[in-house]
Design a protein around this ligand. Structure first.
Ligand code: ADP
Ligand code: MG
Length: 522
């Protein structure tokens, strides 16, 4: 028998490898942009035509390549990033296999223009072969163009998606990378039209620009980023972004730890959107588990888990704003009553003369909003604050009760049953015949005159949090400045001073930007 086994040519190997590294235009953009980042670029401009199948061009102002390297970089396992297998453990750069360019070049017509200083070199080729090398004009940096993707692999070309789908994926890919690199300017052009532009900005601003505004930020050494409020949690995991050493990573472990950090604030089967950046010693992560580097393995999983969980939990335990406010030195009226009709004027101007000696200043109350000053300005939703206080007051163990002089009577279809349920909320009551419920004592923050409204809200859902919220909203009350003070002080005694019973923020900081936006619209 003759020889059956042959050694595959380098070109064939590259084509096969291309299948693993490069699935579509988005994966090419990812590899090329990561190369630009590794080259220290401060500005990266990506341009695509036909979803990237016609053209992908990535231009950067990174370190560029010498002529020798510009020829070498298309060879498989040609890399400037590792020298020895051990180097894999101290990896800080994005790429490391020296496979991407070889694979991309194997299935396209490519052109590379690169320069370390003024004089550049232009390398052209197709199907993995270099066809020409010539000098060219180029500032420091690299421009890499890829045309006619998969022109020589018809089977793969057939399985490509529509240009619209590819464009969407390229956009998403670039957004993900941009999220982790606010210190770099990113530009995306689609069919010669500007599609994305992120200037150099702070991490916080970049997160907002890419993923939208978030209620909380985390600024630890190892863990930083942004967390949504529990109220914004969704039934799917969309919107959860994790980066480990700036690489986008899918880690069920970390996602779970974040979830635990929110604790019981989250409704069941809801997942909070977040953008988190974890910085760990490269020696404790194994980025080599997945060819596309989307998953990692951590060597000390349980301590990492606890660390993430605690960092997230601490965001909710030590709210930056409500806790920072010292109690008002202003002495409130002794009775906490919200039953009185609020003053007819909407803003309690008259009350501004009250002797407020001020650490934190309640500046104004407008309907159910108040403005508090402490370092910055905060807009407080008094109805939400009220609901938070009330929901914490409604509990079996709550001490502050007001015994009613005359029992309150409300109609009920099932008085026995409802009396039992209400007693669990600290409402002392009993069945009175078959259709009536008599209430003898209430938590002090529940106004007796308004109890029928609360009862109706509770009856419709039997859920305390929604009942309380509906009740407080339903009051449609204008709070006076004094009432705002009282609510504020009571809120400081709550276990959770940040969220209303439905997980929405009670107060938000008013930024100068916000004010300017409001004024600009006028
Ligand atoms: P890897 O990134 O894994 O090293 P690649 O095939 O992606 O492998 O790139 C091969 C080499 O080409 C890199 O190691 C780097 O030295 C060089 N290179 C690629 N892109 C750029 C770029 N935009 N700027 C400077 N050098 C680059
Ligand atoms: Mg690379």
């Amino acid at each position: 028998m003759g020889q059956k086994i042959i050694r595959l040519s380098e070109g064939v190997i590259n084509k096969i490898a291309a299948g693993e590294v490069i699935e579509n235009p988005a994966s090419i953009v990812k590899e090329m942009v990561e190369n630009s980042l590794d080259a220290g670029a401060r500005r990266i401009a990506v341009s695509i035509m036909g979803g990237g199948q016609k053209l992908i061009e990535v231009e950067d102002d990174g370190c560029g390549m010498s002529e020798v390297d510009a020829r070498l970089c298309f060879e498989r396992h040609a890399t400037s990033k590792i020298r020895e297998a051990e180097d894999l453990h101290s990896l800080v750069t994005m790429g490391f296999r020296g496979e991407a360019l070889a694979a991309i070049a194997a299935v396209s017509q490519f052109e590379l223009k690169t320069s370390e200083k003024e004089v550049g070199v232009c390398v052209k080729g197709e199907g993995g072969r270099i066809l020409s090398v010539s000098p060219c004009a180029r500032n420091r940096g690299t421009t890499f163009s890829v045309r006619s993707l998969f022109f020589n692999t018809p089977a793969r070309k057939k399985f490509q998606k529509s240009p619209a789908t590819d464009t969407a994926q390229v956009t998403k890919t670039l957004e993900m990378i941009a999220l982790a690199h606010p210190e770099v300017e990113f530009i995306l052009t689609v069919q010669c039209k500007a599609a994305l532009h992120f200037p150099v900005q702070t991490q916080e601003k970049r997160i907002a620009a890419v993923a939208g505004p978030f209620a909380h930020s985390l600024a630890g050494e190892r863990l930083s980023g942004a967390l949504s409020s529990p109220g914004e949690a969704r039934p799917q995991r969309r919107g959860q972004f994790l980066f480990v050493n700036k690489r986008p990573i899918f880690s069920p472990l970390v996602a779970k730890a974040v979830q635990m950090g929110y604790g019981t604030r989250l409704p069941a089967n809801h997942y909070p959107p977040f953008v988190l950046f974890l910085r760990v010693d490269p020696a404790v992560v194994d980025v080599n588990v997945h060819p596309q580097k989307k998953e990692v393995r951590f060597s000390e999983e349980s301590s990492l888990f606890r660390e993430v969980e605690q960092a997230v939990a601490s965001v909710f335990e030590t709210p930056s704003f409500p806790q920072a406010l010292a109690p008002f030195s202003f002495d409130p009226p002794p009775i906490f009553s919200l039953a009185e009709e609020a003053p007819s004027h909407s803003i309690a101007f008259a009350d501004m003369t009250l002797p407020l000696e001020i650490e934190a200043r309640m500046i104004a109350a407008l309907d159910h909003y108040a403005i508090v000053e402490k370092g910055g300005l905060f807009l407080v939703d008094l109805a939400k604050a009220h609901a938070r206080i009330l929901v914490e007051d409604l509990g079996e163990g709550s001490k502050e009760r007001q015994t009613l002089m005359w029992p309150l009577e409300v109609e009920s279809e099932a008085p026995e049953e409802e009396a039992l349920a209400l007693q669990k909320l600290g409402i002392e009551c009993r069945a009175l015949g078959e259709k009536l419920l008599a209430v003898d004592a209430l938590p002090s923050s529940l106004e007796p005159a308004l109890f029928p409204q609360f009862f109706a809200a509770w009856q419709s859902g039997k859920r305390v949090d929604t009942a309380v919220m509906n009740y407080c909203r339903g009051l449609k009350k204008r709070y006076s400045l004094e009432e705002a003070h009282l609510l504020w002080r009571r809120l400081q005694k709550c276990r959770d001073r940040v969220y209303d019973p439905l997980g929405r923020q009670i107060a938000v900081e008013i930024q100068r930007d916000d004010l300017e936006k409001i004024m600009e619209k006028r």
